[in-house]
Design a protein around this ligand. Sequence first.
Ligand code: G5P
Length: 215
Amino acid sequence: MAKLFRAAIMGPPGSGKGTISKRIAQSFGLQYLSSGHFLRENIAANTDAGELVKTYIERSTLVPDQLMTRLMLPRLEQLRDHSWLLDGFPRTLSQAQALNNLFQLDLVISLNIPYETLRERVSDRWVHPASGRVYNMGFNPPREQGKDDITGEPLIQHDDDKPEALMARLRQYKDVAKPVIDLYKSQGILHSFSGTDTNRIWPYINSLLLTKMHT
Ligand code: G5P
């Protein structure tokens, strides 16, 4: 069997994690697991976990570590025989340590995007809640305004994309991400990318993955 490859992508809200993850998953055939999407799926399906996480997502605060790892780690166990990419998990040092106990990551991508760029992107973002497909009215608009390209169902804006909520999410990101970034730096697997344009960052990430996955 080919060697499995396990990666994670980190970055503040609106930094393009989801957009870049989908390109990676498509180009390199990795299974893709977004923690935010996974949580929203649980909320939409009215699961017990969904009920528990709902209030945190609505208040734009982090879901407690214990609950988060209880949800994510069994899902990763199911993907044990696959190569995968995680988007949005681990978010805190405690989550990173819990993950480390089960799986050794090969690569972590960290996105550094200026605040003004994040604010503009997030305020223009629309999503199709059932699938998690994300649109941006300037960058990748839907074919028909306000409707999902595949199903034609209405697009919505998340409450946590409103400006006050975004500020809170950014502050929170800075505080909790630093020790996680330091951990992965010390393991020699962290690669950081800066810029205002996903299409310009993408070729660098693409060539990094080509190198890492084929050596
Ligand atoms: P999520 O879902 O992980 P966030 O806040 O980390 O949410 P978000 O907001 O989904 O991340 P992203 O994935 O980094 O952002 O960015 P994206 O969606 O790809 O791009 C943002 C927008 O910009 C899109 O409209 C896209 O089309 C556009 N865009 C991309 N590139 C460009 C570009 O170059 N130019 C332009 N103009 N536009 C572009 O987490 C949600 C909540 O779940 C909980 C927390 O409550 C969290 O708040 N949660 C966790 N809690 C605890 N622990 C965890 N591990 C948790 N994970 C989730």
